[in-house]
Design a protein around this ligand. Sequence first.
Ligand code: ASP
Length: 428
Amino acid sequence: MEEEKQKKGFMDWYFKSNLLMRILIGLILGAIVGLIVGPGISVIKPLGDLFIRLLQMIVMPVILFSLIVGAASIEPSRLGRVGVKIIVYYMLTTVFAIAIGLLLANLFQPGWGLSLAGGEAAGKELTRPSIIDTLLNIIPTNPFSALSSGAVLQIIAFALFFGIAISFLRGSKDSRLSEGAELVLKFCDGAAQAMYIVVRWILQYAPIGVFALIAVVFGTQGGKVVGPLALVTLTCFIGYVIHVLVVYGGVLAMFKFSLFKFLARAKEAMLTAFVTRSSNGTLPITMRNADENMGISKSVYSFTLPLGATINMDGTAIYLGVSAMFVAYAIGLRLSFSQQMIIILTATLASIGTAGVPGAGAIMLLMVLDSVGLKVEAGSAVAMAYSMILGIDAILDMGRTCLNVTGDLVGTTIVSKTEGELDLEKWK
Ligand code: ASP
């Protein structure tokens, strides 16, 4: 994809260097400069606000198009036994993942005490409509006004309906219908891809944006923010490990596989995912591991693995749960039980809509935050907390992508066994 030959420019040192490194450098420099300059650093706040506005700009279109494509890519014709089994597995493990993330976040309370909102939000419950109203509200009475007012849950609901309808139409025998659906899907896919290009551009600005945001956080808050960030990272990684040991270990044991034998056969894919931070990019390795190391039949993995790389993101789910809680804690809010239930719902959907590319989960976090009333608006305390998470996204993304890919392989292994499509010789 990086085909265009760029002319040698004086900004090469910037654009040609590793983005990840640049964001990390932005974070560290921002912290140092903020600490040195103190509250006066607030003059560079607009540089950070610009970054937040750029992100806000793309949230709705990204959700709309990528969820439509996600939902439409589940072909009903393939939704036979294998499809149903794998989708049930993918959904269940994702819900478990978020629950683990939320439990740990409740336990460790990362971000609590930061009081980014200057204490004013502390103790304040977010306006809490009843559960019934919340659920009813998911169905938009007018999807277009939902889009323009930024009602995230409503757009998710509409996109799912729309996407599933397209996937049905694609399988229609009437060529007028199937061609039309194909066209709409291509359009949405093209639009989603275009949005991801815009995301890539915005990320080029990320080091500067993160620098400014972090400098303001450190300038006004001082060094007391280092601990909370370390705690978020720790909470996420403990979640990733628990998920592997308890959920994957448990599922595998139920189907008479040893977790350690499994991990030994999945390690190349896991490692590749860790360093590339992309489920899609890892797919060829994941497939090879399934085929050569695990003896899984192509008829199963050729369907379940690409689907998993698109919709099954357990690591992202844990990250979304923990990070949403962190943002709330950081501004002095404790999310109620029903708000945490909403996070389970939106984070499940967000993880389905997350593209298997580096950093995609951080964009989806905006939507999860939105669903519980934590809007990332330029200059707000929520934006500050969000920028802190974004500053360490690379580290969190490595772990979550590794887990995302591992989960796809666990599901594929057990489904292929129940279908008698697994060469047990490879497991001796
Ligand atoms: N990088 C992740 C993946 O490719 C997605 C995410 O950012 O959460 O699976």
